[in-house]
Unconditional design. Structure first.
Length: 81
C-alpha cells in the first residue's frame, strides 16, 4: 500500500464483489432451508391436511358419517392443532 489509499477496498471490485454476494445469498438460503426442515421434522410446522383429516374424509366419502358430523369433527381436529 505504501500510503496510497487508491487501492483500499479494491478486493471488492468487479467479479470478486459479485462472487462474495453470491456466496452470502447461498449461505442464507441454506440457513433458511435448514430451519424449515428442522421445523417440519420436529413438529413446528404442521401440514394443513393431517392423517386424521384424511381418515375423516374417507369415512365421509364412504357414507359412514353425514355432512354435519364431518364438519363438526373436522373443526375439532383443526382447533386442536
Amino acid at each position: 500500500m505504501n500510503g496510497n489509499w487508491d487501492d483500499v477496498g479494491s478486493h471488492m471490485d468487479g467479479w470478486n464483489g459479485w462472487a462474495m454476494a453470491g456466496w452470502m445469498f447461498g449461505f442464507w438460503m441454506l440457513v433458511v432451508l435448514l430451519v424449515v426442515l428442522a421445523l417440519r421434522t420436529y413438529g413446528g410446522l404442521h401440514p394443513r391436511s393431517s392423517e386424521a383429516e384424511r381418515l375423516l374424509a374417507e369415512r365421509f366419502a364412504r357414507g359412514e358419517i353425514d355432512a354435519d358430523e364431518y364438519a363438526r369433527r373436522r373443526e375439532l381436529l383443526r382447533v386442536s392443532h
